[in-house]
Design a protein around this ligand. Structure first.
Ligand code: ADP
Ligand code: MG
Length: 652
């Protein structure tokens, strides 16, 4: 084995840099945090080429004296800690004295700074760790730091950088976290000289959230606030109808620092228990304030994770604050007037629907949740796979719903089920309770020959169906050698999936073009993801264009989803794209999105089908290669052979 030797300082710095500086977004985070620690009331961030060419952060904080400049970029040099005790009462965002040293080691940095009592500024340049002399320069009070060619001397790191758009997405996310954590600071972000975000001071926090994540979300937030001794909790949580399929939209702040904390995420999930289906995550922006010695922030190199002195207390404070709030709050999603393209023919019933949803949620809050849990267990729902976790069954519609049959294909969801901006939930991608409630409360449309829910069975309509519908979700059919119980949603989804796939492959997908492109407000990170997958989305008929900031214009979308709002379709596709831990290649991705569209367009459990519809559905079974499994792998049918039946009834 080679002899042990002390590593040179520059190598130590490079190793340390690897921990703190992963990509341009990390630089933005560290520089903005320094600006805020310096007492700045304004921070301007300007980026070129996703931060790979230039990251410039200018602040109007206290600035640095010329003599301090070489120290600022030395490792383990900080003005924020003096003694070991200070480490346990950190009041600043930084304290490790490592960020500037790390950044300067792997890029070309120029710092210009001036304190209030100096007449001119001072400048220091560092090139991959090589420090030049301090020289005078002109500069306003405050600090301007320019970081060029990140990782120019660490090619391996540079290779790991993704596209400009992806890196800019991360930069924007980092910028937003800090801007949300410090509402007292005016923050701006520009990319390639175009403004991305402008967050002035003095506006309400909700306004800042609106600028970052869209007005629609910001208008559907519930304010929460509580004090437990010296721990204060304030912030917003979103209505259940704004749930997501991942936890990216859960923002926690602690003493002005954005943090990630599994236990807080869990408490949040618990608070929404019964309001959301498995696999859906609430959206929240929550800020804790507590004495600095009640928390250890020195447990993670980028200080993203912290350790609370009494994490149990904080967990229960969050849970009980939200639960108490939910008991007294109208958690109903106030549906904005639907866009004309998706006008809900049953719109007249919105008020009734709202009242019903409200009642359902109040019932939940009063303890209905336990009853549902019991039901879950009774029906043997598989919590491990998370599949088919049904919410409490909505009351059956009073009459058959009309489904239009188009040509030889079974139609997608009927207009009656597309309720404005709150579409029926997709079964395999569980959605919020509120969506379910909106389906449940839709008045059924009477079809000629309709009537009470099962009147047709007795009437033997012509042609007589080869199957009957039970519980509005299964079809029981006679087969040549026994009988089959078919899951109507799973089968329809499978059929639609196969049809969609072959049409996409043949480039023959029916597309609905919008006369006026529909603007959709997304978070900048989501917009970046959307644009990254623009080609794949276009193959599915969803054509999008950037419109500046987080706004995306949708100019067409799959005809099969005509009855859904284009914005909702885009958001759900994005959720599928962004789901945590999924690294999909292009083909898998297309498959995943096809599943989502098929699932969304298919009839749902709970939809009453007419005999014609049942027949049409069964008639198409031969069109699919594997009619026995839905695209998610769930079986679509249970088969009982004559022999099974005879054996069961002890005939053989
Ligand atoms: P830390 O923030 O952990 O102290 P950094 O490497 O980020 O370590 O910064 C080192 C020091 O440089 C800080 O302690 C601070 O004194 C000074 N400094 C960095 N950026 C600024 C700034 N924008 N304004 C004033 N001082 C700064
Ligand atoms: Mg710092």
């Amino acid at each position: 084995m080679a002899r042990i030797h002390q590593l040179p300082q520059s190598l130590i710095n490079k190793i340390a840099a690897g921990e703190v500086i992963e990509r341009p977004a990390s630089v933005v985070k560290e520089l903005m945090e320094n600006a805020i620690d310096a007492g700045a009331t304004r921070v301007d961030v300007s980026i070129r080429a996703g931060g790979t060419e230039l990251i410039r952060v200018a602040d109007n904080g206290c600035g640095m004296a010329p003599d301090d400049l070489p120290l600022a970029i030395a490792s383990h040099a900080t003005s924020k800690l003096a003694s070991a005790e200070d480490l346990f009462r950190v009041r600043t965002l930084g304290f490790r004295g490592e960020a500037l040293a790390s950044i300067a080691e792997v890029s070309q940095v120029v710092i210009r700074s001036r304190t209030a009592d100096q007449t001119g500024g001072a400048e220091i340049a560092v090139n991959g760790g090589a420090v030049a002399d301090v020289v005078p320069c002109g500069c306003p009070v405050g600090t301007i730091i320019e970081v060029r060619n990140l990782f120019f001397n660490t090619p391996v790191r540079r290779k790991f950088l993704r596209s400009t758009q992806t890196e800019m997405g991360h930069v924007t996310e980092a910028f937003q976290r800090i801007a949300l954590a410090s509402p007292q600071v005016h923050c701006t972000l520009r990319h390639n000289d175009h403004p991305v975000a402008e967050l002035p001071v003095g506006e309400a926090w909700q306004e800042r959230i609106a600028t970052c994540f869209g007005r629609d979300l910001a208008q559907n937030l519930v304010w929460v606030e509580s004090h437990d001794g010296d721990i204060a909790l304030t912030g917003y949580v979103a209505l259940p109808s704004y749930s997501r399929s991942n936890n990216r939209m859960q923002y926690f702040f602690l003493n002005g620092r954005h943090i990630r904390d599994r236990s807080l995420q869990h408490a949040l999930g618990e608070a929404y228990r019964g309001l959301l289906l498995t696999g859906r995550f609430p959206v929240a922006f929550l800020a804790f304030h507590m004495p600095p010695d009640a928390v250890d922030v020195n447990v993670h190199p980028t200080k993203l994770e912290v350790r609370f002195q009494d994490s149990g207390r904080i967990y229960s404070q969050l849970l009980s604050t939200l639960r108490t709030k939910f008991l007294t709050t109208d958690l109903n999603h106030h549906v904005p007037a639907p866009a004309p393209a998706v006008a809900d023919p049953t719109g007249a019933h919105d008020d009734l629907e709202a009242a019903r949803m409200r009642q359902e949620l109040v019932d939940w809050a009063k303890g209905k949740v336990e009853a549902w849990d019991r039901d879950d267990r009774a029906t043997g729902t598989d919590r491990q796979t998370g599949l088919d976790l049904e919410p409490p069954s909505p009351p059956a519609p009073s009459g058959p719903l009309e489904l239009t049959l188009i040509g030889p294909h079974f139609s997608p969801r009927p207009p009656a089920l597309a309720s404005g901006r709150a579409p029926a939930r997709a079964e395999c991608e569980p959605a919020s309770e509120a969506h379910e409630a909106s389906v449940a409360s839709l008045p059924a449309q009477e079809t000629p020959g309709g009537g009470s829910s099962n009147a047709w069975i007795g009437r033997a309509p012509a042609p007589s169906p080869k199957a009957m519908q039970v519980q509005n979700r299964y079809l029981v059919a006679e087969s040549s050698d026994g009988l089959e119980v078919i899951d109507q949603h799973a089968l329809h989804e499978r059929i639609l999936y196969e049809q969609l796939r072959s049409r996409v492959e043949a480039n023959q997908l029916d597309v609905q073009t919008l006369l006026v492109p529909e603007p959709v407000d997304l978070s900048p990170a989501e917009a970046v993801t959307a644009l990254e997958h623009r080609e794949t989305l276009a193959r599915l008929g969803l054509r999008i264009e950037p419109f500046g900031g987080g706004t995306i214009l949708v100019s067409s979308y799959p005809a099969m989803l005509t009855h859904f709002h284009p914005g909702d379709v885009l958001r759900e596709l994005l959720d599928a794209l962004q789901a945590d831990g999924k690294q999909l290649d292009r083909r898998d991705l297309l498959g995943e999105l096809l599943h989502m569209i098929a699932c969304k367009a298919a009839v749902k459990a709970g939809d009453r089908l007419s005999p014609d519809e049942i027949e049409a559905l069964l008639a198409q079974r031969h069109l699919v290669d594997d009619a026995h499994h839905c695209p998610h792998g769930r079986p679509t049918a249970l088969v009982f052979t004559n022999e099974d039946l005879d054996r069961h009834f002890k005939r053989i």
